[in-house]
Design a protein. Structure first.
Length: 63
């Protein structure tokens, strides 16, 4: 199973969309985070992935 990629400009266009979920998968305390993003631990995905609606836009980032 694969997911489509989203370019930076596409994410910017979706900012403010109530169906947009941005998940920061970086560990530790990042110096910067995308506005509205939530930090989640990738190794614990089974504990948090169910709280996100699969019919909404889910953006995962780690860099």
């Amino acid at each position: 199973m694969s997911a489509p990629l989203m370019e930076n400009h596409q994410l910017y266009e979706e900012m403010g969309n109530p169906d947009l979920n941005i998940i920061d998968l970086r560990g530790g305390e990042p110096e910067e985070i995308i506005k509205g993003a939530v930090q989640e631990a990738p190794k614990k995905a089974e504990t948090w992935m169910e709280k996100y609606n699969r019919d909404e836009i889910i953006v995962l980032y780690c860099a």
